[in-house]
Write a protein that binds this ligand. Structure first.
Ligand code: BG6
Ligand code: MG
Length: 214
């Protein structure tokens, strides 16, 4: 029986990918090259510094570590200027309803996100109090596909990994959930999330019946 639901944030509860895209694109343009939406797909679920490495690879550029940190900081400041303006109406369709349904059924809820901005986003969306545990990029040292973020989530909920279901939109996140010994619902298309136990197009397509059948 499912005792806990652990939600990735970006791409599952809220579509922050477009703000990440705008901020990375502005940085790429400043550095003199183009960055497309297709390129941006490669950054989903990936940590900030690893994202920068991928971006620089696309631009065929490389910089010393100090300069990279400066560039990542610049991108993050730009990204934050967008997320600081977010409102609760940016919560993805069905997410609030499903989280409420889960809680009404006495299932614990957690966030498991790679983002160091997760608390800001949850605060802007007025969602913080809906979660029994929040594990974000400030609390983990190993990036997905390492299962650390989800194992910490289960631990904070005081649950066994096998009793938890992870909701993930990134391939690396699905991998992390499976490596952690959890059930996983992929949010997106079966094409790249096929390893998940179930794939749905969004939380609007989830319900208690589907959850209990996992
Ligand atoms: C993940 C996003 O949730 O967080 C990635 O899918 C992002 O695209 C990563 O790079 C880190 O986010 P932040 O907010 O710490 O730069
Ligand atoms: Mg995600």
């Amino acid at each position: 029986m499912v005792k806990g639901c652990i939600f990735d944030l970006d791409g599952v509860i809220v579509d922050t990918a477009r703000y990440h895209f705008i901020a990375w694109k502005e940085l790429a343009n400043e550095l003199g090259f183009e960055f497309s939406e297709k390129d941006n797909e490669r950054l989903k679920g990936v940590s900030r510094m690893r994202s920068l490495d991928i971006l620089l690879e696309i631009g065929d550029l490389d910089f010393p570590q100090e300069k990279k940190e400066e560039l990542a900081k610049k991108k993050n400041e730009n990204y934050r200027s967008y997320i600081l303006k977010m409102t609760p109406d940016e919560i993805l369709p069905g997410a609030m309803e499903f989280i409420k349904e889960v809680k009404e059924n006495n299932i614990l809820t957690a966030v498991g996100s790679a983002s160091k901005n997760a608390m800001t986003i949850l605060d802007r969306l007025q969602l913080t109090s809906w979660f029994d545990a929040i594990v974000d990029g400030t609390k983990v040292s190993k990036a997905k596909p390492d299962p650390e973020v989800f194992l910490k989530g289960a631990e904070e909920l005081k649950l066994q990994p096998a009793d938890c279901v992870v909701f993930e939109d990134a391939e690396a996140g699905v991998e992390a959930a499976l490596r952690g010994g959890m059930k996983c619902v992929g949010i997106g298309s079966p094409e790249n999330l096929g390893k998940a136990h179930l794939v749905v197009s969004g939380l609007h397509d989830m319900n208690m019946q589907k959850l209990s059948q996992l």
